[in-house]
Design a protein around this ligand. Structure first.
Ligand SMILES: N[C@@H](CCC(=O)N[C@@H](CS)C(=O)NCC(=O)O)C(=O)O
Length: 206
């Protein structure tokens, strides 16, 4: 299988965590990809030119992170990252969406900041930060109930790691840990495992 992904310094994407935890990491030919350069093999597999994108052994493209994570989870017989049914599944999918959205909202913020200064829409930046702050406050309330190792919790942890990375990189005056002790304590425990150690730092694209 071929995986188009964007290795970033000091950051671990969900796709790495899921690939390691499901035991498929060593079966992946990993292709570092800047999705904004519209690399031909990448857009043939995924017309949206988004990462992550997977090409299966039969040549079919698979994209939308959640589809890739659930596919990896189908390839092993161990404890599943996606709860199979019922309330546990809906909660995990909700958490997956929320963690994804924290990441995506910060990508939107960065794209806004790529505009020439006179075109940067400050109200949009404020709106993105307010959305992330509301998500963080909801997670702080929810954190004491976090249990187990699911796709939802992986997504939240990676969303938080992305905020941490961008804060350090951009020198942002914003720290998600401030006044969120439950979430911070959970994050430190949850990410203390080998799948959350950054790899590919030597080929990090940004
Ligand atoms: N939550 C989505 C996010 C994918 C996504 O938007 N990735 C960005 C990362 S920078 C991307 O590839 N952007 C390229 C583009 O929009 O052209 C997923 O997991 O598939």
């Amino acid at each position: 299988m071929k995986l188009f992904y964007t290795p970033l310094k000091d950051y671990v994407h969900k796709v790495q965590v899921v690939a390691i935890e499901t035991g498929v990491y060593d079966r992946l030919e990993r292709i570092p990809t800047d999705p904004y350069t519209r690399q031909i093999e990448h857009i043939q597999a995924n017309p949206l030119s988004k990462v992550p994108t997977l090409i299966l052994d039969d040549g079919a493209g698979l994209f939308g992170g959640p589809a890739i994570y659930e596919y990896f989870d189908s390839l092993h017989d161990g404890p599943k990252l996606f709860p199979p049914s019922g309330r546990a599944r809906w909660i995990a999918l909700r958490q997956l969406a929320l963690g994804d959205a924290m990441f995506d909202t910060f990508v939107l913020r960065q794209n806004e900041l790529k505009r020439p200064a006179e075109f940067v829409y400050t109200a949009a930046l404020e709106n993105y930060m307010a959305t992330v702050a509301r998500a963080l406050d909801a997670l702080e309330a929810e954190a004491p109930s976090f249990a187990g190792f699911t796709i939802g919790l992986i997504s939240i942890a990676c969303g938080l790691m992305y905020l941490t990375k961008i804060r350090a990189r951009d020198g942002m005056d914003f720290e998600w840990r401030d006044e969120r002790p439950n979430l911070a304590a959970w994050y430190d425990r949850f990410t203390d495992r080998p799948s959350f150690v950054p790899r590919d730092n030597d080929i990090a694209l940004r």
